[in-house]
Design a protein. Structure first.
Length: 255
């Protein structure tokens, strides 16, 4: 009798697992009201894979996985086929590891977005285990939402902060208000609003970038997931690799 009850219990557990797994996967792909899913969780339909990539941008267990080793000759980032103008993007991402590379050139950043200098006028830097990727709005890499392990956290708009021709208020606005990142290996949720020439970013529910003025951004363009990193002839990383995953990517277009 005990063995029969055990067998029935085991069958019920297996049946429950089989029934709940598809529903969980489906729930991850179901867009919130007003949004459209632009990643189906199965393949990269709707995305432009870099020519000659060699299978490094791929889908594993329902997420977009990248190992930073695309074999493409030109641009190695992944882009949507469709162009977007004004929109809200919701996207989950995580750095899978920062072990392969320690970045020896991470600057100490002041509150105005500039770098702290030493007595000789050289930027002061620190060494940080690092991976590096980003979310690119309207095909404009300079306006990317950085994803990395810098002390200030992800969401920085590095291209605008580093542009000395930008007004001081723009360079300040490019620096995250708070480090809202979860631990390496844990999932993060970003909400990015792009309207006209302004972008606002929340990470894990916290306001990170507050209406930065992107005065060079095109009116429309594709959404990109950034490649970063390369190796030397010895096969060693010489810049932070984009060891990153993405999932549940939803867009709401604003008319």
């Amino acid at each position: 009798m005990k063995s029969r009850r055990y067998a029935l219990s085991l069958c019920m557990i297996l049946l429950l697992a089989l029934c709940t797994t598809p529903r969980t996967a489906h729930a991850q792909m179901e867009a919130p009201e007003g949004y459209t899913s632009i990643f189906n969780g199965e393949n990269l339909d709707g995305w432009v894979i870099p020519e000659g990539d060699g299978g490094h941008w791929k889908v594993i267990d329902g997420v977009i996985d990248y190992d930073a080793e695309s074999e493409a000759e030109g641009d190695k980032s992944l882009w949507t086929e469709k162009d977007y103008c004004d929109y809200t993007l919701k996207i989950d991402w995580r750095l899978t590891t920062v072990e392969p590379y320690t970045n020896p050139r991470v600057p100490i950043i002041l509150a105005d977005g500039t770098h702290k200098m030493d007595q000789d006028g050289n930027p002061m830097v620190m060494s940080v285990p690092d991976s590096d990727s980003g979310i690119l709005p309207r095909g404009h890499g300079k306006a990317q939402h950085n994803i990395w392990n810098w002390p200030y956290g992800s969401g920085e708009v590095y291209g605008y902060r580093m542009d000395r021709n930008q007004p001081p208020e723009v360079r300040r606005a490019a620096l995250p208000l708070v480090n809202a990142d979860h631990a390496i290996g844990e999932w993060n949720s970003s909400k990015i609003v792009v309207r006209g020439q302004f972008m606002t970013i929340w990470i894990n529910g916290q306001l990170v970038i507050d209406r930065i003025h992107l005065n060079e951004i095109p009116d429309c363009g594709p959404i990109g997931l950034q490649h970063h990193g390369h190796k030397n002839d010895a096969g060693e990383w010489v810049s932070p690799p984009a060891l990153v995953q993405f999932r549940t990517i939803y867009v709401k277009e604003h008319m």
